[in-house]
Design a protein around this ligand. Structure first.
Ligand SMILES: [Zn+2]
Length: 312
């Protein structure tokens, strides 16, 4: 919340600055560029939420001032963009902005192919999800669901609050080489700004059993990009979790720019079923929004022993 306010305040200041310094520019252009910049900032918030550690959070928030003038120009504003194809594709992310350096040189990047994990008695993730208000945003990179405060999880003695969740097609992570139809990333953040992402793999199931939570999200898709649509119903994230609570865990990164590292990943082992129609709806919006696999670089992967059971 605070960060969003800070960004908004910065941008307002920048808007004023841009108008003061560049009176000759037609007013529409800088405003347009700033709006685009704001949209980018907020959507970067997407995967990153408030970008991992407090340290790295402070940076982008405090930084906008100097480069802003440049970004008011067309070409620069374009540089803030990123995507999954052509000049904006993942192999170019690091070139698109100085803050994206880790996308190219990081050694703790995500996604990875999850294999050869050590099977141990992993602590159960203690999910604390409840029926909540939500809004749905098409941020130009994915469909993102912002959930009202009060949801979270506890693992390794640390409480993380749910910030948002969103989808990728196909799944970014693989398990023993297998890629799934889609994945949902549930992004959580603790008080120190550390991120923990729960990945729920999604695959095609029976056509007569629509996944209830996904159904509620799709029903509330906004008609326009960049505008969060508050839903008139509630969702309960417990409905998206698989019955088997076994999971894989490893340390990785955001899978979108700026590819911040230090992210605790927990990938649920059992996939959840969507209908072909539900998969098809997302495919129409985002046929391909998955970052390619990154090097494991000798990272330790842990896996729940056997088939951990456990209700909500
Ligand atoms: Zn994601």
């Amino acid at each position: 919340m605070k960060k969003r306010v800070t960004i908004a305040a910065c941008l307002l200041a920048l808007a004023a600055q841009a108008q003061a310094q560049e009176p000759k520019e037609p007013p529409k252009e800088p405003v347009e560029a700033l709006r685009q910049r704001l949209a980018e900032r907020l959507s970067t918030k997407g995967e990153g939420a408030a970008t991992a550690t407090a340290k790295s959070t402070a940076k982008p928030a405090a930084k906008p001032a100097p480069p802003a003038k440049a970004e008011a120009h067309k070409g620069e504003a374009k540089a803030a963009h990123w995507g999954y194809a052509g000049d904006l594709s993942p192999e170019h992310w690091a070139e698109l902005a100085p803050d994206n350096k880790l996308c190219a040189v990081g050694t703790r990047q995500s996604p990875i192919d999850i294999r050869e994990g050590i099977a141990v008695e992993l602590e159960k993730i203690s999910f604390d999800y409840r029926a909540s208000n939500f809004s749905v945003l098409d941020n130009g990179h994915t469909v993102q669901v912002n959930v009202a405060p009060g949801n979270g999880l506890t693992v390794m003695g640390r409480r993380y609050e749910l910030v948002q969740f969103h989808f990728h097609r196909p799944s970014e992570e693989r398990v023993n080489g297998k890629q799934f139809d889609m994945v949902a990333h549930l992004v959580h953040k603790d008080e120190q700004g550390r991120l923990a992402v729960v990945a729920v793999l999604l695959e095609r199931g029976p056509d007569n059993k629509p996944q209830p939570l996904v159904q509620a999200v799709w029903a509330n898709l906004p008609l326009e990009k960049g505008e969060a649509l508050p839903a008139q119903v509630q969702i309960d994230l417990n409905q998206l979790l698989p019955a088997d609570r076994g999971y894989f865990t490893y340390m990785g990164s955001l899978t979108t720019p700026p590819c911040t590292e230090g992210v605790l990943w927990m990938v649920m082992r059992q996939p959840v079923a969507l209908t072909a129609q539900q998969l098809g709806i997302f495919a129409r919006l985002y046929p391909m929004n998955a970052r390619p696999l990154q090097a494991g670089s000798g990272r330790l992967i842990k896996e729940s022993l056997g088939s951990a059971s456990g209700g909500p």
